[in-house]
Design a protein around this ligand. Structure first.
Ligand code: PMP
Length: 449
């Protein structure tokens, strides 16, 4: 059945997707369907009053200036000790927040985000990904990808629910789901990401054996942490087709989307999504500043409404000052300016990627294997002669080199235990040279033992 969301075009099969989320509850405001025992039960207690408070905050925020609001429990801005906030940019230009921006920056705002920033982000997503059925989707500002990741997982995953994850995968997922005792279904990867044949086979076998089917697959499609791969378009389409067939959501955690080193811009899962089953996470952490703690989630509007409530219950909203500064940057640079900035970053990190690859080649030849990363921040090195790099990398600390052992990126010891993740973002070229030399020495000693 196709359901029309208010004021928006039809999102085919949205009802099927909604059944994954229990979103009937969100839209009808009645406890007609249980969320199961996931963290999102938070929505059951205090749900209605808190949701109403959030909606009231939105109304009050956008009311005409002539409206006298005695509604919100906001402190008076006159009491804040700041009178001016200015920002200097690397190109020598600068901006100062005007009175309205300053007042907004220091205050509470509606949970979904600073409205002018939300507007800019909607325009940005439309231009960057041209998502089909755009009017059926929405955006919520979060405090970085990790925040978005945890909110989405907590809202969707219930105790014992299975979720699909590529093996190896970003450990920020596991910390969120372990309290829920979620079952991780690990999908092996090759140099192009999760292998579709194995994914399909795994799901088929589960279905045949009457096993609980996963509601969601976690994906980190571009410049994957830790392997540095980019899932090619054909494989993305294949994974998406499988998601449609087996009715699960795709959570695309894509903070390195603009940090790819290929000529072609990767086509995101969001841009392929005809059914509203992609939850896309963007972050300004890698491309503007990690300390600004701003990211944004794009998904089907009912899911965003659910996440908004979840955010409201945890920290009301992402930091306003950061949101206002980010919006100002959008205004000053525009879409083109931001893209030019991303292009500069790509050149910067690509050079570093090239240097560390050359140095790894120089020192690790015959000792270790690696692929030149196609995006992201990491070189993934495999040492065939070593079963588990954990002990070796502990020794590394006393030998003056720190890298992350591969076991940190997987649940159970697998073939990746022989891997190491080396970041190429901050070390000087001399330090990279020394680090690779020290790693080679560590490997030699380990192999000799
Ligand atoms: N997802 C991935 C794949 C990451 O590598 C990181 C950062 N290491 C995050 C999420 C968290 O990023 P943020 O600063 O946006 O929360």
């Amino acid at each position: 059945m196709a359901v029309k969301l208010s004021g928006s075009p039809e999102l085919p099969r949205v009802e099927r997707i909604r059944s994954l989320l229990g979103l009937v509850l969100i839209r009808s405001m009645k406890l007609t369907k249980s969320f199961g025992d996931s963290r999102s039960i938070l929505l059951k207690c205090g749900f209605c009053s808190f949701k109403r408070e959030g909606e009231l905050a939105k109304i009050a925020y956008s009311a005409p200036k002539s409206t006298i609001s005695l509604a919100e429990g906001m402190p008076n801005e006159e009491t804040f000790p700041f009178t001016e906030i200015s920002v200097k940019l690397c190109d020598g230009s600068s901006f100062t927040l005007d009175d309205d921006e300053l007042a907004a920056a220091l205050q509470y705002i509606p949970t979904q985000g600073y409205p002018p920033l939300l507007q800019a982000l909607r325009e940005f997503q439309r231009r960057a990904h041209a998502p089909p059925l755009w009017e059926s989707r929405d955006i919520v500002v979060v405090s970085g990808s990790q925040d978005g990741l945890s909110k989405a997982l907590e809202a969707i995953i219930g105790t014992g629910d299975p979720i699909l994850v590529p093996d190896p995968f970003y450990p920020g997922v596991e910390v969120v789901i372990s309290p829920h005792k979620a079952e991780l279904i690990m999908i092996p990867q090759d140099d192009d990401g999760p292998i579709p044949e194995i994914l399909r086979e795994t799901l088929r076998n589960r279905e045949l054996s009457g096993g609980k089917m996963p509601k969601l697959m976690y994906i980190n499609a571009t410049g994957t942490n830790p392997t540095g791969i980019i899932i090619p378009l054909e494989r993305r389409k294949e994974i998406y087709r499988i998601a449609c067939k087996y009715n699960f959501l795709l959570l695309d955690d894509d903070p390195y989307h603009f940090m790819h080193f290929d000529k072609e811009e990767p086509k995101s899962f969001l841009s392929l999504d005809m059914e509203g089953r992609v939850i896309r996470l963007d972050s300004f952490s890698k491309v503007i500043s990690s300390g600004i703690r701003i990211g944004f989630m794009t998904a089907a509007a009912p899911l965003i409404a659910c996440i908004e409530l979840h955010l409201q219950s945890s920290h009301l909203h992402a930091p306003t000052l950061s949101q206002v500064i980010m919006h100002k940057l959008f205004k000053v640079w525009g879409y083109e300016g931001l893209m030019q900035h991303y292009m500069r970053l790509r050149r910067y990190y690509k050079e570093r990627r090239d240097v560390i690859s050359t140095l790894a080649h120089k020192h690790l030849n015959g000792l270790a294997e690696f692929n030149v990363p196609r995006g992201g921040f990491f070189l993934w090195i495999k040492v065939p002669g070593i079963k588990d790099t954990w002990k070796m990398m502990q020794r590394g600390v006393t030998e003056g080199v720190i890298m992350v052992p591969g076991a940190a990126f997987m649940r159970n010891p697998t073939k990746c235990s022989n891997a190491i993740r080396a970041s190429f973002t901050k070390a000087s070229y001399e330090e990279m040279d020394l680090a690779m030399e020290r790693l080679a020495q560590l490997i030699r000693v380990e192999l000799a033992e």
